[in-house]
Design a protein around this ligand. Structure first.
Ligand code: NAD
Ligand code: AKB
Length: 321
């Protein structure tokens, strides 16, 4: 086993829970320090060290990095797009001021070999090309979440250049998973729909039937994250954040995929404020730079993901078919 000590911020979230679990499989439970502003409840987080940490508290983060002799940092803590619009100043404070605190803590501590910072398709906006959105293009984000992620991307490149921090980043699409519920994003419908399909046989979507967005199943998100973090530094040509794609679908497509397994499944539509956010985001992503630089290739399409999601969601609620 490779000797690394890794600290994860925002570890109790949708991605954090799974990234910590996977890191603990790879490096050993005691070598992965999970941190968050809330205490963990998920089983996967209870088998190793946990520390309460507000990422805007730079001094406490430096103390934890020294205490555990941390060598890698995964900075996942954030307020997602829809939740961020309810309190834009808090979203900026956590997502941007918090990220600067993390960067400065890493510089002050001086022994972080690699730092992971997830960005999002939310960096794109109205004037971005919607189909096959290129790596380098207009980034006129409309939400505070998207603005803070784009600022974070530029600060990642800046700290790489001026402080030599080996920061790596992916612009995740909407992530779909079954272990934890999503944390307040515009793409959350694509998780909720599977739970409601199993529990109630019907779902009311907060996005319209034909709202296409880029999406990815969690196993692919983990595959991409670790491929990027395992890559040699020389392979990384993009020090802002890599476009990352897997599939693109709309709520009606998911409903059809679910009906293959649950023929009586019904869906209706009641778009809310999240529709305006979704309308500014890309519909599909050109991730050719990630494919060329470190060999990115997704495994799951909508039909494979739907079969797996329904299997696990049924297991969770002990529903037999
Ligand atoms: P999430 O909302 O599920 O989890 C975020 C976690 O951050 C929560 O556990 C929360 O308690 C914690 N947090 C909030 N404020 C904090 C603070 N001040 N200090 C410390 N922790 C704090 O989010 P997620 O879906 O797991 O996303 C993880 C990262 O991936 C985020 O940076 C997000 O922007 C990015 N991302 C996620 C998606 C997705 O679809 N899930 C897509 C694109 C990018
Ligand atoms: C959100 O909808 O806010 C996230 C994201 C795509 O960044 N899922």
């Amino acid at each position: 086993m490779i000797s690394e000590t890794i600290l994860v911020t925002g570890a109790c979230g949708q991605l954090g829970t799974e990234i910590v679990t996977e890191l603990r499989k790879r490096y050993g439970s005691s070598s992965v320090i999970a941190t968050d502003v809330v205490r963990p409840t998920h089983q996967g987080l209870l088998d190793g060290p946990f520390e309460l940490l507000d990422i805007t508290n730079q001094a406490q983060l430096v103390a934890l990095l020294s205490k555990y002799r941390v060598t890698q940092l995964y900075h996942l803590a954030a307020i997602l797009s829809a939740k961020g619009e309810q309190d834009p100043k808090l979203a900026w404070h956590v997502n941007f001021t918090g990220y600067i605190a993390v960067l400065d803590a890493a510089v002050a501590y001086g022994k972080i070999a690699k730092l992971y910072f997830p960005s999002s398709i939310a960096v794109f906006g109205n004037d971005t090309p919607k189909q096959n959105t290129p790596q380098q293009t207009v980034t006129d984000a409309n939400t505070v979440y998207g603005i803070s992620k784009f600022a974070g991307e530029r600060f990642s490149a800046y700290y790489y250049k001026h402080h030599g921090l080996d920061i790596r980043s992916l612009r995740y699409p909407g992530i779909i998973s079954h272990s934890t519920m999503p944390g307040g994003g515009t793409t959350d419908y694509a998780v909720h729909i599977y739970h409601e399909a199993v529990l109630k046989g019907r779902y009311t979507s907060f996005l319209s039937a034909d709202t296409y967005l880029p999406m990815m199943y969690m196993p692919d998100a983990l595959k991409a994250t670790f491929a990027l973090m395992d890559a040699e530094a020389i392979q990384i040509t993009e020090r802002g954040s890599y476009n990352l794609g897997a599939m693109s679908f709309c709520p009606e497509d998911v409903a059809k995929a679910i009906r293959v397994h649950i023929p009586e499944f019904e869906i209706d539509y009641a778009p809310d404020s999240r529709q305006q956010i979704a309308d500014t985001w890309p519909q599909s992503i050109d991730d050719s730079v990630a494919r060329a630089d470190w060999g990115w290739k997704p495994d799951y399409d909508l039909s494979a993901m739907t079969a797996d999601m329904l299997h696990h969601v049924r297991e969770r609620y002990l529903v037999t078919v």
